[in-house]
Design a protein around this ligand. Sequence first.
Ligand code: URA
Length: 214
Amino acid sequence: MYRIPEDLAEWAQQRIEGFAVEGFVWGSGPAHPRIMLVGEAPGENELVTGIPFTGRAGVELMASLESAGLTRDEVYITSAVRSRPYRWGEKTNRDGSKTRRTYNRAPVMQEIIAHAPVLDREIKDLKPPLIVTLGNVGLRRLVGKEFKVTECHGRLLETPVLKWDEAQGDFIFTEERYKIFPTFHPASVFYNPKTRAWTAEDWKRIGELLELGE
Ligand code: URA
């Protein structure tokens, strides 16, 4: 199993202090993964289990992995942000009363920047032969905000990736090139059922690429 150094995890947690986030879920997987998965941020469920993609989206993701001939143990799972971004909302109870509770939300850019050194380090250490981005957050974090998953999913990109440069206060491209395969976030099927067929095709293609050793 691979883990980022403890002091880096501590630093990342300090960098994100002051934002509406909670907890810290470590990336999970072997030191020599067949692929790296880059999601968005952990949700409520992952905070309880301490393991990425263990909620409803995780069930979808595990089925996709299986369709590509992969198991959880062979892949390294991480995301743009490693804490759970939340917002406060109100839930209406059966008796009509209201309870204040937190909901998951997508991370904002400042939170992505706060945790950028974690993903940068994971990529540098693991040198994944293939990086599969799950949804727009992971995709844009690595290749730039002009990319859209609906436009570029299912096609292999060979490209430098963005890493955070603290001195410049900006993301810059790595010298190394990586193989990036964009696909949808596994939760996208819950709000846009059309993505189910596209996601299935993408994962079939990932299986083929792995078989070809590409
Ligand atoms: N979405 C993510 O990006 N990561 C998780 O662990 C769960 C949901």
